[in-house]
Design a protein around this ligand. Structure first.
Ligand SMILES: Cc1cc2nc3c(=O)[nH]c(=O)nc-3n(C[C@H](O)[C@H](O)[C@H](O)COP(=O)(O)OP(=O)(O)OC[C@H]3O[C@@H](n4cnc5c(N)ncnc54)[C@H](O)[C@@H]3O)c2cc1C
Length: 454
């Protein structure tokens, strides 16, 4: 017996992939219109990288001593929802990317559920895009696979938020594959450890001590740096340290190898922590990331391509749809197999604007990209990939799709001024803020919609 084929008719906006970008795109589109918005995700929960492996939003604030808050609007609502259930705290500006917004990742899964339902988004989990046919009238027939069989959707507009630009690949848009020009960023299996005696760890020297133990160990750690930070679950820490370099996440044999190597490294780190780091003697790994973390794969060629020079010029073009202040954070394989992370900070104001054209695949009339597959060079992407930015991109893509349906304008010919007005009315920050952000937990009232974070 062959598989059944189902169809869903009447979809106005189809969002493929429910990471931070896709969820925001779907929520923004559904909140702003009565369009039928369908969000499709291959795994059994929403959030993508935000819930598969991480617990800290970076990119809301610029780094440094005088942080500015540069992302607002719908992404604030996610933070507010987490705050409402007591599942968020600020992580001080110790790491290069600026103050982090730390959350409980399992709770965030439930919050994405709630926000999507409240916005009226139609959702399908466990459903993977497997093919695209370009129809004679220019529309796209998207073919998915799930436990019910094949599923066909022919939407009016598409937002590719699959991280890997799967839709753009199948629909014939141009893209660069990470590793083609510069070495691709490495992959990381994140892991969480429970039963860590944090007092003992701090009394023994804390992070400085950890760095020294990493430098001195005779264990063959793949990376002698990274982030091991407290979660909002007592005695638990979350670790971003594994480094799997030189493998292509779009090649299934290499991705398989990367998953297994990531797990091997995670348990090597566990041995190191238990044997050599005070406070960890009785700690154990309680969870590995749902899949290995992939920083970059396909980056679509858009109507505009964000470059390192543009980031470093620290200017905000008139067609910007979001701001970014994160440094270039490029995780690479160093010389002789050694690992290294390359940091480069945005000079002057420390803020640049990201033009609308970076979310529009070249010549596209009805398609947008949002999130880590947007149009940028390797090093610009290494700056503009934190989740505050991917959420802001999703918001812009969702509102752009709505505007395009309302005005019958092609994606690559839309009036960006109108989109910016829409974004602004939603609370998005599009100009350099004059205020220094208050990043102390006690004076940061998160639970005011849109303006909770200054
Ligand atoms: C190891 C690692 C550590 C990082 N650390 C941080 C950090 O601490 N803070 C921070 O702000 N940023 C961090 N980043 C960057 C940031 O997390 C990502 O750039 C961002 O989450 C990407 O969001 P996205 O929505 O574009 O993609 P993703 O989160 O990758 O979402 C894409 C979604 O699409 C789905 N999908 C893919 N293909 C298909 C298909 N064919 N059909 C259906 N669904 C599909 C996926 O399952 C996924 O849910 C890190 C990234 C990595 C990899």
């Amino acid at each position: 017996m062959s598989a059944t084929t189902h169809s869903i008719h009447g979809i106005d906006i189809l969002v493929i992939g429910a990471g931070s970008a896709g969820c925001m795109a779907a929520i923004a589109a559904a909140r702003a219109s009565s369009n039928n918005v369908l969000l499709v995700e291959r795994y059994g929960f929403f959030g993508g990288t935000s819930t598969q492996m991480l617990d800290t939003f970076y990119g809301f604030f610029t780094p440094g001593e005088t942080p500015k808050k540069i992302v607002g609007g719908l992404p604030d609502l996610v933070v507010n929802e987490l705050d409402n259930v007591g599942e968020v705290f600020l992580r001080p500006n110790t790491y290069g990317a600026g103050t982090g917004v730390n959350y409980h990742p399992e709770r965030l899964k439930a919050i994405w559920d709630k926000m999507l339902l409240e916005a009226g988004v139609k959702v399908l989990l466990h459903t993977a895009l497997i093919d695209v046919n370009v129809l004679p009238d220019g529309r796209y027939e998207c073919i998915f696979w799930n436990k019910s069989g094949f599923l066909n959707v022919i939407p009016q507009r598409v937002i590719d938020a699959s991280g890997d630009a799967d839709f753009c690949h199948l629909a014939g848009f141009d893209y660069e594959i990470a590793g083609q020009k510069e070495p691709a960023q490495s992959m990381t299996t994140t892991f969480r450890m429970a039963n860590v005696e944090l007092d003992q760890f701090e009394k023994s020297g804390g992070k400085k001590m950890l760095a020294q133990r990493m430098a001195d160990t005779s264990l063959p750690l793949p990376r002698k740096e990274g982030s091991a930070h407290a979660m909002n679950i007592p005695k638990c820490i979350s670790t971003v340290a594994v480094k799997v370099a030189g493998l292509n996440a779009l090649n299934i044999n290499e991705l398989t190898q990367a998953e297994m190597e990531g797990r091997r490294q995670a348990f090597l780190f566990e041995t190191f922590f238990r044997k050599e780091v005070p406070g960890y003697a009785d700690a154990k790994v309680i969870g590995l990331s749902h899949q290995i973390g992939v920083r970059e794969t396909r980056r679509v060629y858009g109507e505009h391509r964000l470059t390192k020079d543009e980031c470093m010029a620290a200017s905000i073009p008139h067609d910007s749809i979001l701001l970014c202040g994160a440094p270039i954070e490029d995780h690479r394989e160093g010389k002789d197999g050694a690992s290294e992370t390359h940091w480069e900070y945005i000079p002057q104001s420390g803020i640049y604007g990201v033009p609308y054209g970076t979310i529009v695949p070249k010549t596209s009339q009805t398609v947008w990209v949002a999130g880590r597959c947007f149009s940028a060079t390797h090093d610009a992407h290494a700056s503009c990939r934190s989740m505050a930015q991917t959420m802001a991109m999703g918001t812009a893509a969702g509102l752009a799709a709505v505007q395009s349906i309302r005005t019958s304008a092609a994606a690559n010919e839309m009036e960006v001024r109108v989109l910016r007005e829409q974004l602004h009315s939603q609370g998005s920050i599009l100009e350099e803020p004059t205020q220094i952000a208050r990043t102390g937990q006690s004076d940061w009232k998160l639970n005011k919609p849109y303006h909770g974070v200054h």
